[in-house]
Design a protein. Sequence first.
Length: 135
Amino acid sequence: MPTPRKPRNLKLLAGTARPDRDKPGEADLPVIDQVPEAPEWLPNGHAVREFEKLAAFLHANKILTEASVVPLAHLAAIHGKLVQGYAAGITPSGHLLSQYRALCGDFGLTPANAHKVRANGDAGRRNPFARNGKR
């Protein structure tokens, strides 16, 4: 099974976007303006806190779009269920852990996937290779 292509907005964030590789008709989802509130259907307080923490982080790095709010909520819900299980002394299933790791990877939240999504918070940093218009 072929690996799915990275969305254009993530390529722009990572600095790897190339016009010759843009696919026509690819969705260009706008970044949301403010941090969304946690959905009411989240199962527990652990999930709500995780949603609020990750939503603030992803929004600050201009990664969170309107379309990614629900997958983020699912990630938080799984996190809440995992924490609740650990607190009760229940070992989570491999399937649940796999779902959690996959969603974390989609948002670039694991060490193995952090390089795929670059934070946009360093945009104001000075480029050490820039000559400031001097030759």
